[in-house]
Structures are given as structure tokens and as C-alpha cells.
Design a protein around this ligand. Structure first.
Ligand SMILES: [Zn+2]
Ligand SMILES: [Zn+2]
Length: 397
């Protein structure tokens, strides 16, 4: 169903025929944790200065959406339009926007970094302090929302993107231009899963031939595996509870698959690697699996925690093992420059060296978002992609 609008644009600054002014759009709204996320009609204001509106083609359902829906990332984060991984076509640009133009294909980026705060200046743009404040408040960068429900209540923008809807207004730094040759249903994965997973590998400065284990082979874990393969890792051990995801992991470059339901995963990693791996990636977000990543390391190894744990989770570690010079670190959203990373990774996709389609386990409609969240809660499937605009998304039927 197309969005309803009172006016239609023909001026520069918008795609011909695009509805301008306030529009109504169907959106998946988290009303409160514990209540199923349902689609409702909401009102979206036009982009202000430095913002753009995107006609959303497709969006990926990520584990962080589950955490938000379950209220595990802190109180006060609802009502919210969910969705932070997606791609679409810019259809209206606000005043002062020169970086993209109407008609451009883009992926969303949920840390529209300012470029001038302390972390940005030191090259750690994903830790931008300015973006973080708005991200936690559920607003855009000016501290306000462009979204409200039909009763007039303001709705939060999920991670400053809110793309489980037909149209999204975001800061211009929240979109990254894409080559047109990447189908948008695949490009949807670039802005969270791909950048997060492959960026975590880049953070480790993994050597050619290194031994690696990846705990959790969902939408992000499968990208870590692809990244480790591209970086030249030798042994890549994939660990999961689901045989289906382990098969995907092997297809993506894992050399060994460990089913953690059968036997202790850490024991199996030590057997395969001959005493532990140099790099362990945790891509689940739980105390138990973070401890497994630590225990899987050889002396001198590094555990990188990529999974998002619920607030309040603590992880005890055997401190004596710091004598063996093990390292544990985090990686958030690829730990680099997201715009540069998406450009580089897009080129790998265009060159046929990085396959995006194979990690998509389910193509679904917007109304099926709660079912997709439920599959993630159960650890089933890799990535569900919501096809929001069939013609733009170009997905197989
Ligand atoms: Zn995500
Ligand atoms: Zn900044």
C-alpha cells in the first residue's frame, strides 16, 4: 500500500512524484516490551535541514531489534519504530544536503558521526559522542522526532534509522551511497550485519594463516566468517547450535563446524586447533559465550566480543590467565569509518568476492516482523529480510 500524502513534489530536492510534506506510512512499532511488535499507520514529517527521506526497499531483522523489543537495552526506549539495517532510494532531501541526491541508492548507517567530537577526531567514528546521545534518546541529531502516531504521540526512531516502514527520515550522515548494481534486498544487510562482522575482523589485524573461532553463526557471525576468510585466516571454526546455520558457515568459508549441543564447544576448539585459537569472536551476546571465547584462546590470543549483551550482564574471567597474555576487547559497528567500510565492502560485492544473498534465510513482509523476531529469539535461521517495496528491492519471488 503506498503512503498517503496531501501534496506531491515536483520541485528539485525530491524524486518526481514523491509525496512531500507530512506523510502517512506503515511502520512496525514497539509499543512496550512483551507486547508483539505490530504494524500501524504513523505520521512522518518531512526532512529538516541536513536530513533526507528514504523510500525503504528492504530491511534486515537483527538481534539488536530483539533486545530492544524485549526491553533488554534499557528502559524508556519505546514507543519506537524499529529497524536499523536497510537500504532504499533517497526521495526527498532537506535544505543544505549535497552529499546525496534524490534517486540515489543508499544503505542506512546508524551512527551518523559528527566528525568533530573527541572519538571522531581520534578516528573512532563509531564511538561518536554526539550520535550516541540521539541514538539512546531515540531522536534524530537535533533531539527531536519526525515520527508520531495517529493520536499525536511522538515515536522514537529505532537507532536513528527506524526503517521497518515504507519511508524513513534520517540525518544525511545516516545514509551511504551504493552502486546501483547491488540489488537493494541484498544491500539491506550492509549497514549493520556486514559492517559489524567484517569490521570486527579488521579490528584484530588478523594475520594470513591465523586460527579463528566464531561463536554464533547468525546474521553477523556469518559475516565474521566471510571476513576471516577474506583476510586469509587458516583454520576457521564455526560454532552454533543449529545445523542449518553451521552448513551456511561452511559455505561461507569456515573450515570446521562445531555443534555446541553435542559436546563442549571449547574442548572441540582446543582439539581442532591444537591448543586454542589466536582469535575468538563472540557473536551472541551472553556471559556464557563470552567466557567460551576467552576459554577457546591459545596463550597470547585475542577474544573480540561483537554480540550485544542485555544491560546488566557481567562476565567473570579467571584473572590468573592474564599471565598468558590473553586479550579481550569489544568491537562496535565495525570499529572504523562506516561510510568508508560500506564503500569498500560494496566493491567486494560488485566484484563477486563477497556474497550477500546466501545469508538471507527468509524473505518476509512487513506484517511478519514479529515472527522474524521470534525466530531470532529461538536462534533459528540466519537473516530475515523484510521486502518493503517489492519493485525497488528486486528480490526473487
Ligand atoms: Zn543490527
Ligand atoms: Zn563525533
Amino acid at each position: 500500500m503506498p503512503a498517503r500524502a496531501t501534496e506531491f513534489a515536483s520541485a528539485s530536492g525530491s524524486v518526481a512524484g514523491a509525496p512531500i510534506g507530512e506523510i502517512e506510512t506503515r511502520a512496525a512499532v514497539l509499543r512496550e516490551p512483551g507486547r508483539p511488535v505490530a504494524v500501524e499507520t504513523v505520521v512522518l514529517e518531512p526532512p529538516r535541514r541536513g536530513e533526507v527521506r528514504v523510500r525503504v526497499a528492504a530491511a534486515g531483522v537483527c538481534h539488536s531489534d530483539v533486545h530492544l523489543a524485549d526491553g533488554l537495552l534499557g528502559d524508556g526506549r519505546w514507543p519506537m519504530v524499529l529497524g536499523h539495517e536497510g537500504a532504499g532510494v533517497v526521495d526527498v532531501v532537506g535544505e543544505g544536503v549535497t552529499e546525496v541526491a534524490p534517486g540515489d541508492h543508499v544503505a542506512f548507517c546508524f551512527v551518523p558521526s559528527c566528525g568533530s567530537c573527541g572519538p571522531c577526531r581520534s578516528g573512532r567514528r563509531t564511538l561518536c559522542e554526539v550520535a550516541r546521545v540521539s541514538l539512546l534518546a531515540g531522536t534524530l541529531l537535533d533531539g527531536t522526532s519526525r515520527l508520531r502516531d495517529l493520536d499525536g504521540t511522538a515515536l522514537q526512531h529505532g537507532l536513528m534509522v527506524a526503517c521497518f516502514t515504507e519511508y524513513a527520515v534520517v540525518p544525511v550522515a545516516g545514509v551511504v551511497p551504493l552502486p546501483r548494481s547491488i540489488p537493494l534486498w541484498q544491500a539491506a544487510l550492509l549497514g549493520c550485519g556486514v559492517v559489524t562482522g567484517i569490521g570486527a575482523v579488521n579490528r584484530t589485524r588478523l594475520r594470513v594463516g591465523s586460527s579463528v573461532c566464531v561463536i554464533g553463526c547468525g546474521g553477523v557471525g556469518l559475516q565474521v566468517i566471510a571476513g576471516a576468510r577474506l583476510a586469509g585466516a587458516g583454520t576457521i571454526i564455526a560454532i552454533d547450535l543449529e545445523p542449518e546455520k553451521l552448513e551456511l558457515a561452511l559455505r561461507r568459508g569456515a573450515t570446521h563446524a562445531v555443534n555446541a549441543t553435542a559436546r563442549d564447544a571449547v574442548e572441540q576448539v582446543h582439539e581442532i586447533s591444537g591448543g586454542g585459537v589466536e582469535h575468538a569472536f563472540e557473536v551472541v551476546g551472553s556471559a556464557r559465550t563470552i567466557r567460551q571465547a576467552w576459554d577457546a584462546l591459545a596463550p597470547g590470543g585475542t577474544a573480540t566480543v561483537v554480540g550485544v549483551s542485555p544491560r546488566g550482564v557481567e562476565v567473570p574471567l579467571p584473572a590468573i590467565e592474564f599471565l598468558s597474555e590473553k586479550t579481550i576487547t569489544g568491537s562496535y559497528y565495525g570499529s572504523g569509518d562506516v561510510h568508508a567500510a560500506i564503500a569498500e565492502l560494496s566493491q567486494l560485492v560488485v566484484d563477486g568476492r563477497l556474497d550477500l544473498a546466501e545469508v538471507v534465510s527468509d524473505l518476509i513482509e512487513l506484517d511478519d516482523v514479529e515472527a522474524a523476531l521470534e525466530r531470532l529469539r529461538r536462534g533459528q535461521g540466519a537473516r530475515s529480510v523484510i521486502v518493503i517495496d517489492e519493485a525497488l528491492a528486486g528480490a526473487p519471488r
